[in-house]
Design a protein around this ligand. Structure first.
Ligand code: SF4
Length: 341
């Protein structure tokens, strides 16, 4: 493990600093349920998120990005590593000590159908976090719910209706209103548009972007859709099999992708201009993601990487900064400098 934070060592104090985070889930086998290994869902992940910015965390399904979001919220506590919010270490706090931080750190879930209690009215759903955190008087809470409805573009008359009476996009607006109820500073949006029709995905992204500007929010935006991540993110971290492969500003990562995995993911995005597409011949992703219970040694991408050499299967690559000190672009590849040139 590196002793210094690969991102913080370049930049000023972040709102959220994730340092060498690990989240392992034990595997038990046999009639005596003996421990047979671990699913290494998140393994030595570090990044930083700065106030008022959005970090897009992207990767294929099962790469550990949602588990990373849950580990930041201490749901559950990570296996190892550090998560700091405004400089405060969260991993050592008890559930009771975490309560004030839970007000400031909220989550928007992927599936607006499953995440809303069908027996509750919209008003009850949005007001639930206010009740849990004993926010103001009942009249204050009703006023706050009305304010949140208008903030996310829902009519006041919807307050007594039930989730099944709403479309997917409207339900996600309810989910966003609920996440905003306690005036959080930091929001983890976990695949917030992937369950929605394509026609309304852009509306929800625009709403998140507007709210960010209006309320000064900071986001961790988790997604597998690189096109949407590009639209909303300031920084982008690309994750592969529990580790960060590449991290940098949106313009750096999309404009000059260096890690072969990032290049392969970007090759799957349609490029409107065919001439540009021809000019940007990038590796195509082949094969399946290996199991996180038996990740490959060395660089985890070596079993699928078209440029893998002998060193890749025996040595874990450190981050190389192919950007500058003020605009870092970190790449976990033994040949980062060669690919960047
Ligand atoms: Fe490919 Fe080797 Fe770089 Fe990993 S370290 S991305 S296997 S070239």
């Amino acid at each position: 493990m590196n002793s210094t934070h690969p991102v913080k060592s370049f930049l000023a104090a972040p709102l959220v600093a994730v340092d060498h985070l690990q989240m392992y889930f034990p595997i038990y086998r046999g009639i005596f349920q003996q421990k047979a290994g671990d699913i290494k869902a998140v393994d030595d992940v570090s990044f930083a998120i700065f106030q008022g910015t959005t970090l897009g965390l992207v990767g294929e399904s099962g790469c550990g990005k949602s588990t990373t979001g849950q580990a930041i919220l201490q749901l559950p506590h990570p296996t190892a590593g550090s998560v700091k919010f405004k400089g405060e270490e969260l991993t050592t706090l008890t559930d009771h000590q975490m309560r004030p931080y839970r007000r400031s750190m909220q989550m928007i879930f992927q599936d607006p159908y499953a995440s809303l209690n069908p027996r509750f009215t919209i008003g009850q759903i949005i007001g639930e976090p206010l009740d849990i955190h004993h926010w103001g008087s009942p009249a204050d809470r009703r006023e706050r719910v009305a304010e949140l409805l208008s903030l996310v573009g829902l009519r006041q008359q919807t307050i007594n209706r039930y989730p099944h009476e709403f479309s997917g996009g409207q339900r996600q607006r309810v989910g966003i209103a609920r996440a905003l109820a306690t005036s959080p500073e930091f929001i983890i949006a976990d695949e917030p548009i992937s369950a929605l029709d394509v026609s309304i995905q852009a509306q929800v992204i625009n709403l998140l972007d507007e709210l960010k500007q209006k309320l000064g929010l900071t986001y961790l935006f988790i997604a597998h859709d690189l096109a949407m991540v590009r639209y909303i993110s300031d920084q982008v971290a690309v994750m592969y099999l529990g580790k960060i492969a590449e991290w940098g500003s949106r313009n750096e990562v999309y404009g000059h992708p260096v890690h072969p995995y990032t290049q392969a993911l970007l090759s799957a995005i349609s490029i409107p201009n065919p001439r540009t597409a021809m000019a940007k011949k990038r590796p195509v992703l082949q094969g399946e993601v290996p199991s996180p219970s038996h990740p490959p040694a060395g660089c985890r991408f070596h079993t699928r990487c078209p440029f893998a050499e002998e060193v890749c299967s025996r040595s874990i690559p450190d981050f190389t900064n192919v950007g500058t000190a003020s605009n870092p672009h970190l790449v976990a590849c033994h040949f980062a400098e060669k690919f960047a040139s």
